[in-house]
Design a protein around this ligand. Structure first.
Ligand code: PEP
Ligand code: MG
Length: 328
């Protein structure tokens, strides 16, 4: 089976009936970018920039960041690389920055932290933009957006960085391409503000890990409540369907970059709901390609339809498991 799974690695992902599904990598460690699956993916759907920050002893400088980002972007020439701005706090504290809070997951994390430290945000965005000069394959993604003011404030800062780096590029006779801008859909409040995103963002990316955590009010890392953390909970499934339907109606490109996209059961449900773009850890790419190649769009659509009627997460899981098992 392993050999079967591996054989299609170079080919693009598609369903049994040849519907193209776009597969992207979640990355963070540079090592992720040097592996065999790269040829058969459409780019990087989520580059977690906090990883290089976590590996340092202090905040990396603009030059250090630019060099790191450039090496990632250069590994995917002509393919899009979505770079997410710093998402520290919550479960990702920086060793050189102590944040003490009673509720870190509800506290100073992601965009909340960087908007309170615009100097850190500006350095990072400038580094990203500098890294992209001449490669022109970078998109920017903002984590933990809970309302439009955070987005508008971030956009103003990005605009400022864009002008600064444009001038820098011009001084070297080069042109800076404007990156596409997207936000993570991972805080439930933003699920109900999708229409306000029209014209404000170029794409959205669903973070099913945090969306599950915040919809169900359950710590994603607490083993005591691990059984409550259920990505197949009907409320999560309904939210995912709502996001897909609404973003399609608004013509906002959408992808899913949470762990669900790299889970065979999750991937077939997502494709059945209408998602065509999934981002996952490299180790899951071969498996997901295999599962998609053995399932038709009509069958996945039917499965998702049934899953959306379910009252229990356990039933959703069972339906999806049976579906995959029937197809080897
Ligand atoms: C998510 O929340 O689903 C996500 C992809 O981001 P992270 O896991 O880095 O919080
Ligand atoms: Mg998240």
């Amino acid at each position: 089976l392993a050999a079967l799974v591996e054989q299609d690695l170079d080919k693009a992902a598609e369903t049994e009936d040849q519907e193209r599904i776009y597969l992207y990598l979640n990355a963070g460690l540079s090592a992720d970018t040097n592996i065999a699956v790269n040829k058969g993916v459409d780019g990087v759907g989520l580059y977690r920039t906090e990883v290089p920050f976590l590996m340092q002893r202090s905040f990396p400088s603009e030059e250090e960041q630019a060099a790191q980002y450039r090496s990632i972007l250069a590994s995917y020439p002509g393919k899009s690389v979505v770079m997410r701005t710093l998402d520290i706090g919550g479960d990702k504290p920086l060793p050189y920055l102590t944040i003490e809070e009673d509720n870190p997951f509800l506290g100073w994390r992601g965009i909340r932290f960087t908007l309170d430290h615009p100097e850190i945000f500006l350095i990072q965005v400038r580094a990203m933009l500098k890294a992209s000069i001449g490669l022109d394959n970078m998109d920017i993604l903002l984590p933990m957006i809970s309302g439009i003011p955070e987005l508008d404030e971030s956009k103003a800062l990005i605009e400022r960085a864009f002008h600064e780096v444009s001038a820098y590029a011009a001084s070297k006779g080069q042109v800076l391409k404007r990156p596409k801008l997207g936000i993570m859909i991972e805080v439930p409040s933003i699920v109900y503000q999708l229409p306000a995103l029209k014209g404000r963002v170029d794409f959205i990316s669903v973070g099913s890990n945090d969306l599950t955590q915040y919809l169900l009010a359950v710590d994603r890392n607490n083993s005591r409540v691990a059984s409550v953390y259920d990505t197949f909970h009907p409320a999560v499934i309904q939210a995912l369907k709502h996001i897909q339907d609404t973003s399609r109606a608004l013509s906002i490109p959408v992808s899913v970059c949470g762990e669900l996209a790299g889970d065979p059961l999750g991937a077939i449900l997502l494709v059945g709901m209408g998602y065509r773009s999934l981002s996952m850890n490299t180790r899951n790419v071969a498996k997901i390609k295999y599962v998609l190649r053995h399932a038709s769009l009509a069958d996945m659509t039917q499965l998702a339809y049934q899953a959306l009627q379910a009252t229990f997460g356990q039933d959703v899981r069972q339906m999806a498991t049976a579906f995959v098992e029937q197809r080897g």
